[in-house]
Design a protein around this ligand. Structure first.
Ligand code: PHE
Length: 449
């Protein structure tokens, strides 16, 4: 393959916007509040923040290092950097994780499409918190609607991925992310000024250490990986499109901090309202859909806020789904020499089959029970809590122990163009701290100590 023709991101802001576009999405606004709510609140947040800094940022840097140095999809990258060694299995696990994540993620993105539609037709108008909750349950368990919206979303994702990196991905993320941020701030203000809001803040920010269990720690780790888009090679793939003159360390830090800020902000928007409207914070993956419309009801101009919000949430989801699909497509085009169009169609079709099961988990496939989980739950939990951290483990071990110092520091410093005074610290973390921490979390969740 001719590497000189490889697509690349156009500018520094473009790189950050695309990587942040991948990181910021339903993971921040839908998954973070639901997992935090189900895992006791403040203590979860504290562990989550520690994991972002100690494990998340180093894994993200490592993915960028691998991707940009190999100029390949995750599977191909490991084959090139470690020929004849089984490291490529990490790439294969990444592709498998991409299949699983896209299948349930696009299902949730489909729910946001329904809520965008409901915003347009003013479907939330005059409904109480309880009616809003019934409305969501009815939608999700009722008919073919969730599946149709899921498929619509898959088609949109595929069209953008087909268009290629610069024309497709970069263009959309650059403009829309900042607007989403402003809307979240407006939502937070409304939520914080509701009567009884304080309780939500206490829940979110005051750690109750008695709530920390092996499961809570594992879920915090999984959420950190999921939210930062790390552990499956998304950022290896994006790293391969970053130009040599960009600083990988700075990019990883900016992206991680922005992502974390947005997640916490989503928490500030949601939990005060959850408590003000007496919604159960541990209610699960429907939390945000049952809470947000109630907040909009209480806002002057709520109709427009809700309209713009669900539109932007759908866009934020889209900039994430394209990054997930891109992992599979880059793999198909580079390893099997498929054209971009063919690769995209094949990948999207295969994922859609799995996704129909995921989005039908409350209707057609309600009875389907796999080790006590629905298809949706199984895909969500296995990918985030196990596959991504496991992938991350191997990624840091690879960079720390196998890639070799000249390659790693050469990549981080753009071959000496920038000073990398943090290099010894980085090396220490990727060699010892991050892998040991991940291993301990796994052992702990198995109840081994
Ligand atoms: N990080 C994305 C989000 O928070 C989801 C995602 C996970 C994207 C894994 C790519 C890889 O919405």
């Amino acid at each position: 393959m001719d590497l000189t023709n490889r697509d690349s991101f156009g500018s520094k802001f473009g790189v950050i916007a695309a990587a942040a576009g991948s990181a910021i999405g339903l993971g921040n606004i839908w998954r973070f509040p639901y997992v935090l709510g189900a895992n006791g609140g403040g203590a979860f947040l504290l562990i989550y923040l520690i994991f972002v800094v100690v494990i998340g940022i180093p894994v993200m840097m490592s993915e960028f290092v691998i991707g940009r140095s190999a100029q390949r999809n995750p599977y191909g990258a490991f084959r090139i950097l470690a020929p004849g060694r089984p490291w490529y299995l990490v790439g294969i696990m990444g592709v498998a994780a991409a299949f699983m994540i896209l299948a349930f993620y696009a299902a949730v993105a489909g729910w946001t499409m329904e809520y965008l539609y409901q915003s347009v037709v003013n479907g939330f108008s005059g409904k109480s918190a309880e009616e809003m909750s019934t409305m969501f349950d009815t939608f999700r368990s009722g008919s073919a609607r969730p599946v149709i919206w899921f498929l619509v979303f898959m088609v949109m994702t595929s069209c953008i991925v087909m268009a290629g990196i610069q024309k497709g991905i970069e263009k959309y993320t650059k403009v829309l992310m900042p607007v989403l941020l402003l809307l979240l701030i407006a939502l937070s203000i409304r939520s914080l000024t509701l009567p009884g809001a304080g309780e939500g803040l206490v829940f979110l920010f005051k750690p109750d250490f008695s709530k920390i269990t092996g499961k809570v720690v594992l879920e915090a780790l999984g959420q950190a990986f999921f939210s930062l888009s790390i552990g499956m090679g998304t950022l290896i793939t994006y790293g391969s499109y970053i130009q040599k003159k960009e600083r990988l360390g700075n990019t990883a830090v900016s992206v991680s901090l922005t992502d974390t800020f947005i997640a916490v902000l989503a928490g500030v928007a949601i939990f005060p309202a959850v408590f003000a409207f007496s919604i159960d914070p541990a209610s699960g993956e429907d939390l945000v859909f049952k809470t947000l419309p109630v907040i909009f009801q209480q806002m002057p101009g709520g109709y427009f806020f809700s309209l713009i919000f669900f539109l932007l949430l759908a866009v934020a989801a889209l900039t994430s789904t394209i990054s997930v699909l891109e992992v599979v497509v880059a793999n198909f085009t580079e390893e099997f020499q498929f054209g971009r169009r063919k690769a995209t169609v094949l990948a999207a079709l295969a994922i859609s089959v799995l996704g129909i099961f995921a989005s039908g988990s409350w209707s057609w496939f309600k009875e389907l029970d796999i080790f006590g989980f629905s298809v949706f739950e199984l895909l969500d939990h296995t990918s985030a809590n196990y596959m991504l951290p496991l992938g991350g483990f191997f990624i840091v071990v690879f960079v720390g122990w196998f890639m070799g110092k000249p390659k790693v520091s050469g990549e981080l410093s753009s071959n000496g163009m920038f000073p990398v005074r943090y290099y010894p610290l980085f090396l220490f973390i990727v060699r010892f701290i991050a892998p040991i921490a991940i291993a301990l979390v796994f052992l702990n969740s198995l109840g081994l100590f």
